[in-house]
Design a protein around this ligand. Structure first.
Ligand SMILES: NC(=O)c1ccc[n+]([C@@H]2O[C@H](COP(=O)([O-])OP(=O)(O)OC[C@H]3O[C@@H](n4cnc5c(N)ncnc54)[C@H](O)[C@@H]3O)[C@@H](O)[C@H]2O)c1
Length: 377
């Protein structure tokens, strides 16, 4: 993710020539002992590299910091950066739990810096279009919604026991990793969640031990097994303000699923459906009768969200990295205007509180209302 952020900063002016600020890649920090730091300089063009992030924060020639390490360093890095007056781009889930996310939000608020949170899927032009169509009432009242984020990165039993599977390093499992994106999509497209009931499961209880530098695509090599400490799967029933119902399902261990991320919305008069793997298409079922209505494919086009910044005409594909360029643009807009643009650490905090509510619901096997958990004010 550090590489994705670096690419996004580097490409910002190519897509947004009028961007009010021009990022310069000054320094990078990573504890890895392989060639990661030298390639950050050679390939990505950073001026300097540090093995301790504190040395990076201590520099006075850095204005903004991307927090793209494992979840257990998010709070310490982000709070130190904000306290040093540096703007922040923090990856989701922005800490291991809601308390850590709240500490980040509070530090940002106290120091008056700007922030961006890594909820990239809301930047997809088709998601922006879906949100607009719903806000314009084209689907009528929203009855029910299905949000799914399924992946197979943890489906192999020999998938390495990386930081993602340990509570000390990751906090939750698929909840923070993928379901947090689903929570943000639900909030962005439909509205606030008021209550939920959640179930969870861990399908693979032990995995081969791995080093901190192993990625979630690494395989173990038949070494000693260690315990998986967080969930592979969750399914939650949701209630929204205004009465809409929803289902959020998320898994990191589903054979056959790669980036199966999407949202289906059913309103009283119409429906829509979006699948990240066909990012530029919105399936739309509108302006017909209540029965026997069909979906059509609406390709995004310049004018839908930020599509026109990346492609000149419908049918041309945007990619995942482009969503991060949009996020970088939102950050520099926020810094230049002093007003938040795009998802911020405040959104990360609401998502973290909803995740905390899911953890509690799964533990106690009961419905929980978000009033018990959302303390974002
Ligand atoms: N927004 C998204 O779609 C998205 C996608 C992937 C990951 N993420 C998030 O990005 C973050 C990083 O995920 P990743 O997949 O890049 O992880 P990764 O394990 O591939 O990379 C983490 C990097 O951090 C380094 N690191 C570990 N401890 C460190 C420390 N103490 N100081 C400095 N560097 C340290 C590691 O050496 C490694 O290079 C996570 O919070 C993850 O949830 C977000």
């Amino acid at each position: 993710m550090g590489q994705v952020h670096a690419r996004a900063y580097a490409r910002l002016r190519q897509h947004y020539p009028e961007a009010p600020l021009r990022p310069r890649l000054v320094a990078v920090a990573d504890t890895a002992t392989d060639d990661r730091l030298t390639s950050a300089i050679d390939i990505f063009g950073f001026q300097d590299a540090h093995s301790d992030w504190r040395d990076l924060i201590a520099r006075d020639d850095i204005d903004a910091v991307s927090v793209t390490g494992p979840n257990f360093i998010h709070r310490d890095v982000a709070v130190a950066a904000a306290e040093a007056g540096k703007h922040l781009w923090v990856e989701k889930p922005a800490g291991r739990n809601a308390a850590e996310t709240r500490a980040i939000r509070d530090a940002v608020r106290a120091s008056g810096v700007q922030s961006a949170a890594g909820f990239n899927y809301r930047n997809a032009p088709a998601v922006e279009l879906a949100r607009q169509l719903i806000a314009d009432g084209r689907l009528g009242r929203i009855n029910h919604v299905l949000i799914r984020l399924l992946a197979d990165y943890a489906a192999h039993p020999e998938g390495a026991l990386t930081w993602r599977f340990k509570t000390e390093w990751s906090g939750s499992g698929v909840l923070g990793d993928l379901a947090s994106h689903g929570v943000d999509l639900a909030r962005y497209v439909i509205g606030e969640i008021t209550a939920l009931a959640c179930d969870d499961a861990t399908f693979i209880a032990h995995r081969p031990q791995a080093s901190m530098a192993a990625s979630h695509f690494s395989r173990g090599t038949g070494g000693e097994l260690g315990e998986v400490e967080n969930e592979d799967y969750i399914a939650a029933l949701l209630r929204f303000e205004g009465g809409s119902r929803g289902i959020l399902e998320s898994s990191r261990a589903s054979v056959g699923e790669q980036c199966t991320y999407g949202i289906e919305v059913h309103g009283e008069r119409g429906a829509l459906s979006w699948d990240f793997r066909r990012m530029g298409e919105l399936q739309l079922c509108t302006d017909q009768d209540y029965q026997n209505a069909s979906y059509m494919t609406r390709y995004v086009t310049p004018g839908d969200g930020e599509f026109g910044r990346f492609q000149p005409a419908s049918g041309l594909a945007m990619g995942y990295d482009d969503l991060k360029v949009v996020e970088a643009y939102h950050l520099v807009q926020s810094i230049a205007t002093g007003q938040p643009h795009g998802a911020t650490v405040a959104d990360a905090l609401v998502a973290a509180e909803i995740i905390e509510a899911m953890v509690e619901s799964a533990r106690s096997r009961r419905w929980v209302t978000l009033d018990e958990f959302v303390r974002t004010k």
